[in-house]
Design a protein around this ligand. Structure first.
Ligand SMILES: NC(=O)c1ccc[n+]([C@@H]2O[C@H](COP(=O)([O-])OP(=O)(O)OC[C@H]3O[C@@H](n4cnc5c(N)ncnc54)[C@H](OP(=O)(O)O)[C@@H]3O)[C@@H](O)[C@H]2O)c1
Length: 259
């Protein structure tokens, strides 16, 4: 904690998706440091409640309620932060959708919502923040998902495509950003017990991190500024996902032929 404190002291940190889940836990973890947290999410009441809970902590907290799927609202947020020096941008706000394609035929909005929040919003924010991050020799932390490193998963087209899109964007931009003295870290998180996974009953009994553990992983990236975090068992999951996909395709073909 001491090293993290030293690293973040007097820094200004934007955290999107701060109202619930991993973002909220991260706020609790960082609030004891003498830094400036700018917290963004849609639910203004929840952000205010969080600020009240952290009122006795060292961090100075600014709140900004916005729907990050709306580029106009992002522009207004960018105007708002012009007054601040920005040292760290934590891209954490996200939306997941798990739905078969055949149940999505009249649901283009699923793909629009995920691509706007999980891809276009962080791109718009990064583009606007690059000059400030260059000035502060700052850091971008992307809260990504292990899914991005696995073989494409059935039912997850909307989420996986949008998370992968930003991951690719950031990977492509990393060398250019490093030339501007901006560092980039990505946390490829496994399953975390937040309201995001609640609708999916298949995940109910699967092992998952607690939001506090995920926040700790992100705080380690903030401290070490390492390029990435991924679970030690990622390679096993990658092999299993390829195998699963293959079996699924074979069974599917066999089933279609028999029909
Ligand atoms: N949970 C997991 O298993 C898991 C695994 C790997 C990666 N992740 C990633 O971790 C990040 C945080 O997810 P979480 O599990 O903590 O989910 P969560 O509990 O649902 O929190 C999502 C956060 O994003 C905010 N948000 C959602 N839509 C928004 C919008 N349109 N505009 C602004 N803010 C919005 C939410 O606030 P409001 O609703 O108040 O706007 C909330 O603060 C996501 O990027 C997710 O992809 C999660």
């Amino acid at each position: 904690m001491l090293r993290l404190r030293q690293r973040l002291q007097h820094k200004t940190i934007i955290i999107t998706g701060a109202s619930y889940g991993i973002g909220e836990s991260l706020c609790h973890l960082l609030a004891d440091i003498d830094c400036n947290l700018i917290l963004v999410a849609r639910t203004a009441d929840k952000l205010r409640e969080l600020k009240q809970q952290l009122a006795m902590c060292k961090a100075k907290i600014d709140l900004y309620a916005a729907d990050l799927r709306d580029s106009q609202q992002i522009d207004e947020f960018i105007q708002y932060i012009q007054a601040f020096p920005i040292d760290i941008f934590i891209n954490n706000a996200g939306k997941s959708i798990c739905r078969p394609i055949m149940q999505s035929l009249d649901r283009l909005h699923d793909f629009e919502r995920t691509i706007k929040l999980n891809y276009l919003a962080p791109v718009q924010l990064c583009l606007a923040l690059i000059p400030k991050l260059k000035q502060s020799q700052g850091l971008i932390v992307n809260v990504s998902a292990i899914n991005v490193l696995l073989a494409p998963t059935v039912n997850w087209a909307a989420y996986q495509a949008s998370k992968t899109a930003f991951d690719q964007w950031l990977c492509c931009a990393t060398a250019e950003l490093q030339n501007q003295q901006i560092k980039v870290s990505t946390a490829y998180l496994p399953l975390v017990k937040t309201r995001m996974i609640e609708p999916n009953i298949a995940y109910k009994n699967l092992p998952a991190l607690q939001p506090k553990q995920a926040a700790l992983i992100i705080s380690r990236l903030l401290q070490t500024q390492k390029r990435q975090y991924k679970p030690w068992w990622t390679i096993i999951a990658q092999l299993a996902s390829v195998l699963f996909n293959g079996i699924w395709l074979i069974l599917n073909r066999y089933y279609i032929k028999r029909k």
